[in-house]
Design a protein around this ligand. Structure first.
Ligand code: SF4
Length: 198
């Protein structure tokens, strides 16, 4: 173009806008900051459908991580942070489309990561859920809170979804939830009355 600006075209991240227009579906006017591949939705939804198994598995995994507390302590939590964060990002990124907020609440949200909500709501859906259960901002995406409720109903401790979550502490982004939970559990265990010497 003469003014040097790129020619207008479909906005990236706004999947299949022409197809949406023919269905009359609402299409956001600008690019969503949370562009995702449909593959991510598929695996994420699988995780919600298997929330009970993942809850059971995570319980075992957390116990094993806690058993390794002396090792983490010996190596230094700060030193193992980077490799553990790398593994956590990749494993949870694949299974949950994890955004590495560093304060994981999957066990309280039916294995549906609330950080995938474009509004990043941590305590339930906004008022804009579509009739088909999809997000108002990303029409192709099932609302993470509709999914969270479904996943929580299959879990043994699913009523944890009713707990009020604190606002996200942005300073914990890109840090390992696994290590944080382990360090907190170890500290709680060391200060519990049963661990105190007579
Ligand atoms: S709640 Fe945070 S740590 Fe847990 S999956 Fe979502 S972004 Fe990742």
């Amino acid at each position: 173009m003469a003014d040097g600006k790129p020619a207008p075209g479909p906005m990236p991240g706004n999947a299949a806008p022409a197809k949406k227009a023919t269905t009359g579906a609402y299409t956001p006017g600008s690019v969503s900051p949370n562009r995702r591949a449909r593959r991510s939705y598929t695996i994420r939804l699988w995780s919600v459908r298997h929330s009970r198994f993942l809850e059971w598995f995570y319980g075992r995994f957390a116990n094993a991580f806690l058993l390794l507390h002396p090792l983490w302590n010996m190596l230094g939590y700060a030193r193992v942070e980077r490799p553990v964060t790398f593994v956590e990002r990749n494993v949870k990124g694949l299974l949950f489309d994890c955004r590495m907020c560093g304060q994981c609440v999957l066990s309280s949200t039916g294995m549906s990561c609330p950080m995938n909500c474009p509004k990043q709501l941590r305590n339930g859906p906004c008022g804009g859920v579509r009739a088909n259960g999809n997000c108002e901002v990303e029409p192709d995406m099932p609302c993470v809170w509709v999914q969270a409720w479904a996943g929580s109903r299959a879990m043994v401790h699913g009523d944890a979804i009713l707990n009020v979550q604190k606002p996200v502490n942005q300073s914990l982004r890109e840090t390992s939830s696994w290590l944080r939970v382990t360090a907190q559990a170890a500290a709680a265990r060391e200060t519990s009355p049963s661990e105190q010497k007579p």
